[in-house]
Design a protein around this ligand. Structure first.
Ligand code: ADP
Ligand code: MG
Ligand code: MG
Length: 351
């Protein structure tokens, strides 16, 4: 009998549409000849309002690639009956309410294996402040930063200037202001003056309770894919190039604005260092299954700094993660198969 894979996609996140595209690519991979005899797909769609659907509508969303107009009469805590038929979950969700440990907690309580990191790895990988603390502890080099809360930013107007003074004393311009728990560059600003800093902090506070300000670096952006549980492997290193000021939302999702170079045209020793750091970062946050680890390569000094880990990276046919593995010798359908097998292996390991 075939293993029933609960393909869980959509989600209450700004990356809802990306998730649909990732799920489409995975559904195609699960239907490939070598997988079709092993797996049966059960699609589950989480609407933008957080409510789950099973059956025909999720299949339509998969086929069309278009989000479903929300059915508002559902409860987010009421799961479709088909949930009980799932043998293994593939939660292909990006960003908050999916990549951050919340869904992973739910699936853990269901006692069904699932692809990817557990609660801790997902949460640490989503929160840029907690992530940086874990990286620091592991001895991984990164940019200087300062962590703040919304309460501090929106506190009494006498405290705010002092906060900005402290940031200016710790970090030079330009610096990057980010909500701590988002992805796809949403809410991120590159600031060059006090005035821009103040506006960016206020804006970031509308997205998240936790805010991070980082020293800006002039660097090339390189990424490495990791696959495995306790025994991990790193892919070749890829580079992203673009003309815009930084790798912002528009650059990420407008066709033709960014190019992927595979392998990255950097010295072999630097690639090896990046692969090594990627495996360390994966372990530092307790990731499992998969992650894409992103770095800054400061060519002027030869330095490599870790930027972030993404525990559920973009998984469309043209996304960096599957492309890095395809280049490293693991074609997309085999990658999906391996991830499911890793989920089963991890689950049986902690039963
Ligand atoms: P996200 O999780 O949304 O992808 P990132 O922290 O990766 O957020 O930031 C998005 C982009 O912003 C990066 O790919 C890079 O182009 C730019 N960026 C972020 N932080 C810095 C920094 N400290 N120095 C230089 N560029 C940065
Ligand atoms: Mg990210
Ligand atoms: Mg990023």
């Amino acid at each position: 009998t075939k293993l029933r894979v609960g393909l869980l996609f959509g989600g209450r996140s700004g990356e809802h549409e990306v998730s649909i595209n990732s799920a489409r690519a995975i559904a195609i991979a699960l239907s490939a000849e070598e997988n079709a005899s092993k797996y049966e797909i059960l699609p589950f769609y989480i609407q933008k309002n957080g409510c789950w659907l099973a059956g025909e509508i999720p299949q339509q969303v998969l086929d069309s690639g278009i989000p479903h107009i929300e059915d508002k009469n559902l409860n987010p805590w009421k799961l479709p009956d088909q949930v009980t038929q799932v043998d293994v979950w593939f939660p292909i969700l990006h960003g908050p309410n999916g990549e951050d440990g919340t869904i992973q907690g739910l699936l853990t309580l269901m006692q069904i294996p699932f692809v990817g990191s557990g609660v801790l790895g997902s949460a640490l990988g989503m929160d840029k402040i907690a992530m940086k603390m874990a990286f620091e502890q592991a001895g991984l080099p990164q940019v200087k930063y300062k962590a703040l809360t919304r309460a501090e930013v929106w506190s009494n107007p006498c405290i705010f200037p002092k906060l900005c003074d402290e940031i200016e004393a710790a970090l030079d311009y330009p610096c990057f202001v980010k909500p701590a728990n988002l992805g796809s560059s949403v809410g991120i600003a590159k600031v060059r003056s006090r005035q821009e800093l103040e506006a960016a902090l206020d804006n970031a506070a509308t997205y998240d309770r936790r805010i991070i300000v980082e020293a800006g670096v002039v660097a090339r952006e390189v990424e490495c894919a990791v696959l495995g549980n306790d025994q991990t492997k790193a892919s070749i290193v890829g580079e992203i190039t673009f003309q815009s000021d930084f790798y912002d939302y528009e650059t990420k999702y407008t066709a033709g604005q960014a190019d992927l170079l595979m392998p990255a045209p950097i010295p072999d020793a630097v690639s090896r260092q990046i692969q090594d750091m990627a495996l360390q970062a994966f372990a530092a946050v307790d990731a499992a299954g998969l992650a894409r680890v992103d770095f800054f390569f400061v060519e002027a000094t030869g330095e490599v700094l870790i930027n972030e880990i993404n525990t559920f990276p973009g998984f469309t046919a043209t996304s960096m993660y599957p492309q890095l593995w395809a280049y490293s010798g693991i074609p997309f359908p085999e990658l999906v198969d391996r991830l499911i097998q890793l989920a089963l292996e991890r689950y049986s390991g902690h039963e």
